[in-house]
Design a protein around this ligand. Structure first.
Ligand code: ATP
Ligand code: MG
Length: 755
């Protein structure tokens, strides 16, 4: 209270206050998690408004998500005691970009009402271009080209700027196709996401008067989460900031987690070069987390090499140690966390103050199912719920259309996904026939394969897919449902579609599909599973009341919660194998930053979990605890023994990296014996311990798209459901097996064992 000045400045520490009050000239706030960077930005805007330095419409403020923008708007309102409806330029790079572009569309050859293409539209357009250019789409998938173009756009590269090496990326014609794509976009009066910035940059460069106008307008510019800007965003900012030069960016190099999407942490280093005389302010007091949490996170991130380096100290209490809990498998992990949440809730803590942060979106499935069983309200932040993801809905539509041929919605959803030449015209004809005769679409489609109403090509495509559905339906009572489901996704070409996809989210979607198939095994039948799905989909809606938050670590940036649960700390999942494979050391460091982001979301309590058995790529595997667990200092961590510890490789691997690891000595504890006793009990379903069916079924997912079958005609095999038989024919990884008791059947080779 001693500090002079308006109320909103009270309580800021001297460095924060400097960052708020240094309004003129470039300012870079470089500081660790929870040091008040976002609070500084918010207060700075309040300060600008309150002192009359600028009107709301003269402030440009960039946040990482729309949600963050909404929150910032609210907080500013609270600080200055009036609502700030009129901050038109507070938003994400994209939302601000689109606004600018609409105002000057004509100047870049667009009409004001231009459309913004989503990824699907983008792919469709690229396919047309590839066809026109006679490029074999099988070898050179459109999605791969889309990924190249996105990456170029993130780097601020127009077609003429694509470097030589890159230009050869796609059948040696990358830059040329990129140019053709841009030309098509213009004709269609459309832009893609990347263009929202790139076209604005071009607009500014080609029209100095327009740029001058914005220089006049934007008296103050502010950017949150600056470490995650990409080159295009940086160029865009730099152009705009040349006017007032009143640019304030806040960021933390240790929280740069979007490298895979083109974010470039070097932008932090460029800042001082491009804006000479910039004031660099460091904030060192963390107001968010307890000492234990902060020490653990700082110690962890210190393992990274490429750091700018900063000091962080806690303003809070010592608090509770982090806990590390070992679960048997992901189901037990979800159950343990569910129990913890209920216990905390009974102790009076709010669900709103708890979050579960996962590394990969497929991990959400187990938690969502668990919460629905418990009746625990939850929300998913930063993305759809698991069962609402496009790939999951598609898969389920396939299953529904198989079980229930009259399900028009399901049929319509997937009839041309993946694309098989059944476009809008065909669908309309099917629709018309269905309505005219009062029959389901699938039945109408069958009728249409016999008539001349459709072009021969569409008719053939339709006949193919209908034959598939008929075959799958015939197998409903013959094949185990999870096996049939895998077969459907494979034979329909759906899995393949995502496998060919080169966009950054495609591998995650494949993981989600695998998780879906895995979860199906928990049900008796396909119908049972679909009923469950219907319930799950119904469970949402209610928007009021407290809820646990569930999200990926990526989506958790900038947020904070009293209690944070961090499941899945295992090698291969976290750090994620893909990051390690694709980017080596740099990939590992980005994973570690993600771990740092995760832990530093917690105010009072951080609970880490790992499962000793997990299905990775469809196989039950004993896991190895994440190396990040080893990198936490012993003094900040408490190990919770649930009996699953020490029963697998997980704990053995645990002390590999650091002999001061907190768990190095824990083998000798009484828990070991208890764990041994619990072994049989720990997994009531049999689970990974039980070799046999689970093991075998699991393999399908790993191999369903894999190499041709290793089985040969004539070999004797064993199938869990059908018993013994002899291979009669091999078609890729599908076998026709003449079973001794049930006759010939088509099965996936991964479901049978050689005998
Ligand atoms: P991140 O790097 O995670 O985005 P941040 O640096 O943006 O973190 P904030 O979210 O702004 O940090 O602040 C973290 C928490 O500390 C918030 O709850 C905020 O209200 C509080 N806080 C910040 N500064 C102060 C202060 N001077 N006094 C008391 N609390 C503060
Ligand atoms: Mg922040």
């Amino acid at each position: 209270r001693a500090s002079a000045g308006p109320g909103y400045l009270a309580g800021l520490n001297p460095e924060q206050r400097q960052a708020v009050e240094t309004l003129d000239g470039p300012v870079l706030v470089l500081a660790g998690a929870g040091t008040g960077k976002t609070r500084v930005l918010t207060t700075r805007i309040a300060h600008i408004l309150a002192t009359g330095k600028a009107r709301p419409g003269q402030i440009l403020a960039v946040t990482f998500t729309n949600k963050a923008a909404r929150e910032m708007r609210q907080r500013i309102g609270a600080l200055i005691g009036e609502s700030v409806e009129g901050m038109p330029w507070l938003g994400t790079f994209h939302s601000i970009g689109v606004k600018i572009l609409r105002r000057h569309a004509e100047l870049v050859g667009l009409k004001r009402d231009f459309t913004i293409l989503d990824t699907d539209d983008q792919i469709r357009l690229l396919k047309q271009i590839l066809q026109a250019e006679d490029i074999d789409e099988k070898r050179w998938p459109a999605r791969q080209l889309a990924a190249h173009i996105d990456a170029w756009k993130n780097r601020g590269l127009t077609p003429d700027k694509v470097p030589q090496g890159d230009a050869h990326a796609f059948a040696g014609r990358g830059d040329e196709l990129y140019k053709a794509y841009q030309a098509r976009l213009k004709i269609l009066n459309a832009v893609d996401f990347g263009d929202l910035l790139l076209e604005t940059i071009r607009l500014f460069r080609d029209n100095p008067d327009v740029l001058a106008d914005y220089h006049d307008r934007f008296r103050y510019m502010l950017v949150d989460e600056y470490q995650d800007t990409n080159v295009a965003q940086y160029l865009w900012l730099r152009l705009l900031a040349q006017g007032s030069r009143n640019l304030c960016c806040v960021g933390d190099d240790d929280q740069s987690i979007y490298g895979w999407r083109g974010a470039d942490v070097d932008n932090i280093l460029r800042f001082e070069k491009d804006f000479p005389g910039a004031v660099v302010i460091r904030l060192e007091r963390n107001y968010r987390s307890t000492t234990h949490i902060l020490e653990a996170a700082s110690h962890l991130i210190a393992h990274n090499e490429g750091r700018l380096g900063k000091t962080l100290r806690s303003e809070g209490e010592t608090g509770e140690k982090l806990t590390v809990t070992c679960a048997w498998d992901s189901e037990e992990e979800a159950r343990l966390i569910g129990e913890r949440i209920e216990r905390l809730q009974r102790a009076g803590e709010s669900l709103d103050d708890m979050a579960i942060l996962v590394r990969a979106s497929f991990q959400m499935r187990e938690f969502e199912d668990r919460f629905i069983t418990l009746g625990l309200p939850y929300r998913v932040i930063g993305g759809p719920r698991f069962y609402e993801r496009a790939e999951i809905r598609d898969a389920i539509a396939y299953f529904r259309a198989t079980v229930q041929p009259a399900d028009d919605l399901a049929f319509e959803r997937i009839i041309n996904t993946p694309r098989r030449g059944l476009g809008d015209t065909t669908i309309r004809v099917i629709h018309d026939v269905a309505r005219a005769r009062g029959i389901p679409m699938m039945q109408a489609a069958v009728a249409l394969t016999e008539s001349e109403e459709l072009k021969p090509r569409a008719r053939a495509a339709l006949r193919d897919i209908l034959a598939c559905f008929a075959r799958w339906r015939g197998q409903l009572d013959l094949l185990p449902h999870a096996e049939l489901a895998a077969l459907i996704l494979e034979e329909s070409g759906y899995t393949d579609m995502w496998q060919k996809d080169r966009s950054p989210d495609a591998p995650g979607r494949l993981e989600n599909l695998k998780e879906l198939l895995r979860s199906m095994e928990e049900f008796e039948s396909m119908t049972g599973f679909l009923e469950h799905i219907a319930l799950v989909m119904d469970a949402e809606s209610d928007d009021t009341g407290e809820k646990v938050s569930l999200m990926t670590l990526h989506a958790a940036k900038g947020l904070e919660f009293g209690t944070v649960f961090l499941p899945g700390w295992e090698e291969g999942l976290f750090p994620h194998q893909r990051s390690l494979d694709e980017n080596g050391r740099a990939g590992l460091e980005e994973e570690r930053r993600l771990a740092y982001v995760g832990i530093t979301r917690a105010k009072r309590r951080a609970e880490l979990y790992f499962a000793t058995n997990r299905r990775i790529h469809g196989l039950w595997q004993s896991t190895i605890a994440s190396r990040f667990l080893d990198e936490l200092p012993e003094r900040n961590v408490e190990v919770i023994d649930t009996g699953s510890l020490r029963t697998s490789q997980a704990s053995q691997g645990w002390s590999r990296f650091d002999d001061r690891a907190p768990f190095a000595n824990s083998y000798a504890t009484p828990g070991w014996q208890r764990a041994q006793r619990n072994r049989g009990r720990a997994d009531p379903r049999g689970g990974p311990e039980r070799r046999g069916p689970r093991m075998i079924e699991g393999e399908i997912l790993a191999r369903s798209s894999g190499p041709p079958s290793a089985f040969a005609v004539g070999e004797r095999v064993f199938h869990q459901k059908f018993g013994y038989g002899r291979v009669a024919a091999v078609d890729g990884n599908k076998l026709t097996v003449d079973f001794e008791t049930s006759g010939p059947k088509r099965v996936l080779d991964s479901f049978v064992e050689r005998h």
